[in-house]
Design a protein around this ligand. Sequence first.
Ligand code: NAD
Ligand code: WQD
Length: 337
Amino acid sequence: MKILVTGGTGYIGSHTVVELINAGHTPVIVDNLSNSNIGVLDGIKSITGESVSFYQVDVTDIQALDKVFSENHDIKGIIHFAASKAVGESVKEPLKYYRNNLVGLMNILECMKKHKVGSLVFSSSCTVYGQPDILPVTENAPIKPALSPYGNTKQICEEIIRDTVASCEGLHAILLRYFNPIGAHPSALIGELPLGVPQNLIPYVTQTAAGIRECLTIFGDDYDTPDGSCIRDYINVTDLAKAHVVSVDRMENGKQESDVEVFNIGTGRGTSVFEIVNMFEKVTGVKLNYKVGHRREGDIEKVWADATIANNTLGWKAEKTMEETLASAWKWQQSLK
Ligand code: NAD
Ligand code: WQD
């Protein structure tokens, strides 16, 4: 099937494009390269042997987007990754986030309606749960007030999709709520490319190990967790990518139980920051320079997924071990030298 992948040269998008090709699909990428570069296409080609069709288009430009749909009338489904994703930046520049993330999605939905494309997979986030009252968190947990404009865009996008699907015969969607995606393709030919100082834990860890950053600061050791540091559900990016492939297949095969389905995409295991640091040192043999600092404002204390519905209904399960995943992140970091 021909699948349009917005944000397809980005971190999760590029890994998903590889898995779509591995599964026999034909991805078409739309990306404005605002947070990725064209060289990613070479990485995809080296891994899969395929040259992927690419449009340098901004999804907020509806005319340009419409042209892509017109030139690819046989598109069967859309995976919509394109969005701005830096939580801190979203607090400083909320309008950039509301414009890019909301207008981008609305344009995709307009084009889907006009060109009669029925299947949408949307990148949502565990951020919609805030600090859950019950762990592991299920898809039925209440949506908590967003802690950032970025988080708010994910909540609003979910609602925009629900309302649009309800109003439009033939349109359906799968919302994937990712937990914390980490790692890189085992080939180290594609991976995460954070610009500037990384905000996320794993790129900060690998850059510290590589000597690019002097010292990792662990944000707080006084949380109500066994070792005092925060707990997350870290999901391997290749495992996460495969969840998108089964989602498009599910929709195209008419297997959905409702027009909008929601799945938690995580491992079901919580890992603390100290555990990550220790495991990284063990797997790579590199001693990590770190210190304990203050809590980071807005951080959730602990969250991990109940992925039972994804496991049983979607037929998807996280497969990679944390050790393999951390090794892949380190191999990718080393390939950047
Ligand atoms: P990324 O920044 O690596 O990829 C996003 C891609 O979209 C980039 O290549 C960027 O150039 C492109 N893009 C952004 N705005 C665009 C626009 N207006 N038009 C066209 N292209 C545009 O981010 P990622 O980590 O791969 O995230 C992909 C999606 O998953 C995002 O929607 C993000 O919010 C969501 N998500 C990410 C995480 C995470 O921790 N990485 C967690 C949960 C959800
Ligand atoms: C993980 C843990 C930090 C950096 C963010 C977004 C969320 C989602 C994924 C998209 C936390 C600790 C981190 C450092 C540290 N994105 N940490 N030192 O905060 O779970 O989620 O990215 O939807 O919306 O909020 O991920 O990687 O930033 O942090 O101690 O230098 O690592 O406190 O406990 P987070 P993260």
